[in-house]
Design a binder for this molecule. Structure first.
Ligand SMILES: *Cc1c(COP(=O)(O)O)cnc(C)c1O
Length: 396
């Protein structure tokens, strides 16, 4: 099997698994208990928090553990909304290509009377700090812009957007789920107020993540109960998962440059190879792009059929985000960068990891070329394009 869907989830690292089993065997006490066995768990918890903070350029007190990226996004946005409401500020700035964990919370807030400005995304998949600045109003309580997009892998100018928000006195949240552990992230230096991350996107376990919130930003709890996480998130801590996340993030950050360099080279080879297929185009900037992300649109094919045939060849890929598979709507991300519906349906996302080999990349290229060819040969839509009954979207 060739696994090329690392943006959906990653295989756990050996380091994460080892840290987790050691924790489960020896450190199963409740960190809130006062006897030594509980206090030992508490130490392990705080040690993990410090190690995670060190990787992200924040202080340990700024890290709150959550059940993952979705919960962190929800909590960040609802915190800003509640704070804003108290000050009579009910306007939020975001982008049209956020993850649904952000967009659906914003939709909920709109129903409660908030006004949301979703910035257009340039066709290269980037939103500029100038766009953010122009959208901020006197009643803006939050700017939320993702660090790197989960479908097309484009990296946003986070430091510049952070600077604009800090200057304007507006809270800035970034969904850094695709960025953390893959590209450099520095919470404090990039003027970020709140940041979401999720362990299973960097070879840690599923169901654990964190919301980093700058000192002075009082997080609004989503889960009420005990005083865990300093009252910001009730419930007995998922210590094995937290320890696994710390181990995975440390390893990812330690090898970040080396991995990024190696993966970018493979990614570029993959892009060049797929670019040889006629009437297809890379989605998003080639330059400001995650080291592991390749996303193409091909004319005259259905993304779903492409995935099923690739699966037959042992290749795991995706047409966009795992969250939208099963729905027939084209990706909101591809529509946001201006891809027309008929092309947005023919998308393919390949997300490689540090374990991907050059041989696997070559196999992917030839398999995709074969499958695209096969599907086009039996597509009436493609026949219309070939006979000139229908116009091509791409020029070659
Ligand atoms: C995966 C992902 C999420 C959701 O994280 P979970 O831990 O699966 O809840 C949120 N945002 C982005 C950009 C993602 O890629």
């Amino acid at each position: 099997m060739i696994y090329a869907d690392n943006a959906a989830t990653t295989k756990m690292s050996r380091a994460a698994m080892d840290a987790m089993s050691a924790c489960m065997a020896d450190c199963w006490g409740n960190p809130s208990s006062l006897y030594a066995h509980g206090q030992r768990a508490k130490e392990v918890l705080e040690d993990a928090r410090e190690r995670i903070a060190a990787c992200l350029g924040c202080s340990a007190r700024e890290v709150t553990f959550t059940s993952g990226g979705s919960e962190a996004d929800n909590q960040a946005i609802l915190t800003a909304a509640r704070l804003g409401e108290k000050q009579g500020k009910k306007h939020i700035v975001s982008t049209a290509f956020e993850h649904h964990a952000v967009l659906h919370v914003l939709e909920k807030l709109e129903k409660e009377g908030f006004e949301v400005t979703l910035l257009d995304v340039h066709r290269d998949g980037i939103v500029t700090a100038q766009q953010v600045e122009d959208a901020i109003r006197a009643d803006t309580c939050l700017v939320t812009v993702m660090y790197a997009n989960n479908e097309i892998g484009t990296i946003q100018p986070i430091s510049e957007i952070g600077q604009v928000c800090r200057r304007k006195g507006v809270l800035f949240h970034t969904d850094a789920v695709q960025a953390a552990g893959h590209i450099p992230v520095s919470f404090r230096e990039q003027y970020i107020d709140m940041l979401s991350l999720s362990a299973h996107k960097f070879h840690g376990p599923k169901g654990i993540g964190a919301l980093v919130a700058r000192k002075g930003v009082r997080l609004e709890p989503l889960i009420h109960g005990g005083a865990q996480e300093r009252g910001k998130r009730a419930g007995t801590e998922n210590l094995p998962a937290i320890v696994g996340m710390a181990a995975a993030l440390e390893e990812a950050c330690r090898n970040l440059e080396q991995n990024a360099e190696r993966m970018s080279a493979l990614r570029d080879r993959l892009i060049d190879g797929l670019d040889q297929i006629p009437y297809g185009e890379l989605n998003g900037s080639r330059k400001d792009r995650l080291p592991g992300n390749v996303n193409f649109c091909f004319e005259g094919i259905e993304g779903e059929s492409l995935l099923l045939l690739l699966d037959d060849k042992g290749i795991c890929a995706s047409s966009g985000s795992a969250c939208t598979s099963g729905s027939l709507d084209p990706s909101h991300v591809l529509l946001a960068i201006g891809r027309p519906h008929e092309v947005a349906h023919g998308s393919l996302r390949l997300s490689i990891s540090e374990e991907t080999t050059p041989q696997e990349v070559e196999t992917i290229i030839s398999s995709v070329a074969d499958v695209v060819d096969y599907l086009r040969n039996m597509s009436p839509f493609w026949r219309d394009l070939m006979t000139g009954k229908r116009q091509h979207v791409f020029d070659k």
